[in-house]
Ligand binder design. Structure first.
Ligand code: SF4
Length: 344
């Protein structure tokens, strides 16, 4: 390390006191609220999370309410926020905290990491913010700020251990007298000043110690290995009406993508050029419209098939179309609903 942690910590915290973002989950240090917000914020923007955070607090004001809720309600309330394994883990974690830990979250990163859905980042964030522990908290914003402060030129993801080691030196320094605020100060700096393109260095409280700024390479950092193009998958999605104003929905299997969520029926999602077979027992025809959705590991294109049917097959149910917005459909299927509304 080329400079002392205190030359970063003091000016950064002073800046945070003046410029910190006003976010709903910062109104309380209740571990349940801190944990809930941190799970929601994984790979999701602050703006997208705000209404979901409010909805969850209204429906599940504490960890007991969440643990006692039926899984379908939790999944329905999460619908649209994406990365649905987070919702399943959220529910499993709440149950574990209530049934094996007397409703109390562990205080340390190591203890928190024993719970479902809690990895390094979330464990550090909850321990630091809710319990004031000196913990190493590194999200995408912190990664960018640290890469630049220390001019780490190794591309991501290979540079992650180095970034984490540098962050650890700062977070665990004796000068870190506000362990809950420091990670949030780094995150706010990354989201408003040390932004990905054209960082606003003249406004930065740690410009005086920033190696990338000295070298004039701040815009090029952090370097990244170019991502490979995602594989493509194709299939059909079926809009099946019963002629009485209902549409056919299923509850997707618990395991796998969108597991446990409500969904429109689909074919298998195949790799090949040939489309897989239609839904058995119903009649209809493909529409020209397709929906496209990019998941973490592949991109999916589904052609919409409009069908009619009378009897819901096992595992399926009829949902009144007029209340389809309340069915808890994830974004992939809401794209189909929106497209079909445009057709009417
Ligand atoms: Fe980021 Fe510029 Fe501040 Fe360095 S000086 S941390 S590049 S905003």
């Amino acid at each position: 390390m080329k400079f002392k942690a205190e030359t970063i910590i003091a000016p950064l915290l002073a800046w945070y006191d003046r410029h910190k973002r006003d976010l709903p989950w910062r109104e309380s240090l209740d571990p349940y609220r801190v944990w809930l917000s941190e799970i929601m914020l994984q790979q999701t923007t602050v703006q997208a999370v705000i209404p979901y955070y409010a909805k969850f607090l209204k429906h599940y004001p504490d960890v007991h309410a969440l643990a006692d809720a039926p899984a379908e309600h939790v999944m329905r309330d999460w619908a649209g926020l994406g990365y649905y394994s987070r919702a399943r883990n959220l529910h499993a974690c709440a149950k574990m905290v209530v049934h094996t830990l007397e409703g109390k979250f562990p205080h340390t990163p190591a203890g928190l990491k024993t719970l479902p859905g809690i990895g390094d980042y979330t464990a550090g964030a909850v321990a630091a913010i809710a319990y004031g522990q000196r913990a190493t908290v590194v999200d995408g914003n912190v990664e960018r700020v640290i890469s630049r402060l220390f001019a780490i030129e190794t591309p991501l993801p290979a540079s992650k251990p180095d970034i984490r080691a540098q962050a650890q030196l700062i977070y665990h320094d004796d000068a870190n007298t506000r362990p809950g605020d420091l990670p949030q100060a780094f995150m706010d700096l990354g989201s408003s000043v040390c932004v990905p393109q054209n960082p606003k260095c003249p406004l930065c409280p740690v410009e005086h110690v920033c190696e990338a700024r000295k070298l004039g390479i701040q815009n090029a950092l952090p370097r990244r290995v170019r991502e490979k193009k995602k594989p493509e998958r194709i299939g059909y999605v079926y809009w099946v009406e019963d002629g009485k104003g209902d549409v056919l929905l299923e509850r997707r299997p618990d395991k796998g993508l969108l597991g446990g969520m409500a969904g429109l029926p689909t074919s298998e999602w195949a790799h090949g050029r040939e489309h897989p077979a239609h839904l058995d027992g119903f009649e209809g025809k493909p529409l020209p419209e397709t929906v496209r959705h990019v998941f973490t590991h592949f991109a999916l294109t589904l052609q919409i098939v409009r069908m009619t049917g009378k009897k819901a097959p096992k595992g399926f149910r009829w949902q009144p179309i007029e209340s389809i917005d309340d069915a808890g459909l994830p974004s992939l299927f809401m794209k189909v609903v929106k497209l079909l509304r445009l057709r009417v």
